[in-house]
Design a protein around this ligand. Structure first.
Ligand SMILES: [Zn+2]
Length: 433
């Protein structure tokens, strides 16, 4: 254990009863308010819109819920108006030691600064993720990933160090070299997107490498909802001979969700985040809807009441692992914006993926969406081994039975669809041909 992270193994936080957890969060909100409200122009403006001007004006959770939501578009506009970092800064610029940016999947990328304290906080949050996956001192965690401006795996790397495990960087290598490095260095865990775990499995198969003999016991996934989809998880676990754990995080928010040994939904780290769920139509509280988060340990560039764009269903029952943190049932169900309406049926792309991945002969797929009036039409492109016609027909039938919709599906040549190291983009919207 590094002496620099004394709070890391404070398991007490993960089993606090609900009242104690709320008191812990309230104390953290007050600390956040004292740091940010007097000094941070972006946060101060949000508070003024709720009629609050000083940290002490926040007296109750009702006051907290009166704070207007922070929209991503406001952050983008703020950075465009005051480039390059905007005004969500609680300290002078020379206090910040890290910069990262979002992938820009949904618009202009956001840049985000961290102080030394908030970078330690990131590592602490990743400690929850890695410990949730059963990792600790003695583990060797491989990051098959080119380290760039994307925050996720940098933070995972720091988190690995923070739990006392060995962190192995896998940048500047191709997939085959990464497999060899894992073997040579005795990696026991891998951190990557679900898509890349499957791609590595494909590479191993092509080279006759027995992936399940490498000694990897856990794979930890981020960047996409895939590991929470049962068929995707099963496929990764079978290929690697390891348990696959889902994790959720965002550059601008932090690493907020993780899975435990029970693999029964995604825990939200309520020691470091406040989670709310709102009905996207009314903005009122709901059990299923859009996840809204507040981070409690990033005082230099905090986000209060930020709609994540992720659709979730909340489960507050006690988990078998003993943690009291709430769970998101089935992980992230999909992006609020990505929901398709196919022949009157609401369908998330993750539901289609959950079916496609049950077929071991399908190596890769792409969902093409065509808009006709108010309706979405879906065409699935499938890279199939063996007998394409039969497999394609079986996939279509499974979609019809499970989702009640008929979709067009066509086989495409092997290796013709893109492979991804970072966020996979398997949904493409096209104009009608
Ligand atoms: Zn649990």
């Amino acid at each position: 254990m590094s002496g620099a992270f004394p709070a890391f193994l404070d398991r007490g936080l993960e089993t606090l009863d609900p009242d104690a957890l709320r008191r812990h969060q309230w104390a953290r909100v007050q600390t956040l308010a004292r740091a940010a409200v007097p000094a941070n122009p972006f946060v101060a403006a949000q508070w003024r819109r709720a009629g609050l001007t000083a940290p002490a004006d926040l007296r109750s959770w009702e006051d907290f819920r009166r704070l207007p939501l922070t929209r991503k578009s406001e952050l983008v506009e703020d950075q465009a108006a005051r480039p390059p970092f905007g005004t969500n800064l609680s300290y002078p610029l020379d206090r910040y030691v890290r910069v990262h940016q979002t992938s820009g999947t949904t618009g202009a990328p956001l840049r985000w600064l961290d102080t030394q304290e908030s970078w330690d906080w990131w590592a602490r949050c990743w400690g929850f993720v890695l410990r949730g996956a059963g990792l600790g001192p003695g583990d060797r965690v491989f990051f098959p990933f080119s380290f760039g401006l994307f925050v996720g795996f940098w933070a995972g790397f720091e988190g690995t160090r923070a739990i006392g495990a060995l962190a192995i960087p896998g940048g500047g290598q191709d997939s085959a070299q990464r497999l060899a490095a894992m073997e040579t260095l005795g990696a026991t865990a891998v951190c990557c997107t679900p898509s890349y775990a499957l791609h590595l499995a494909e590479t191993a198969r092509g080279r006759g490498v027995a992936l399940d003999r490498l000694g990897i016991r856990a794979t930890v996934h981020a960047g996409e909802p895939g590991a929470g989809i049962p068929a995707v998880r099963a496929r990764i676990e079978e290929a690697w001979g390891a348990r696959a754990y889902d994790h959720a995080g965002m550059t601008e928010m932090g690493a907020y969700g993780f899975e435990c040994a029970a693999q029964a939904g995604l825990h939200v780290n309520e020691a470091e985040f406040i989670a709310e769920v709102i009905d996207p139509a009314t903005g009122g509280p709901a059990d299923e809807g859009e996840l809204v988060l507040t981070n409690l340990g990033r005082l230099g560039s905090p986000l209060l009441r930020y709609p994540t764009g992720d659709r979730v269903r909340i489960d507050r029952t006690r988990c078998a692992c003993g943690r009291t943190f709430l769970r998101l049932e089935g992980g992230i169900l999909g992006r609020v914006d990505d929901m398709l309406i196919v022949r009157g049926v609401n369908v998330f792309p993750s539901a289609l993926e959950g079916i496609v991945r049950r077929f071991p002969d399908v190596d890769e797929f792409l969902i093409e969406v065509y808009r006709r009036g108010q309706l979405d039409e879906v065409r699935l492109l499938l890279e199939v081994n063996g007998h394409p016609k039969a497999v394609v027909a079986a996939v279509q039938e499974a979609i019809r039975v499970d989702l009640g919709i008929r979709v067009e599906a066509v086989p495409v040549p092997g290796q013709s669809l893109p492979r991804y190291e970072l966020k996979a983009r398997r949904l493409v919207r096209r104009a009608i041909e």
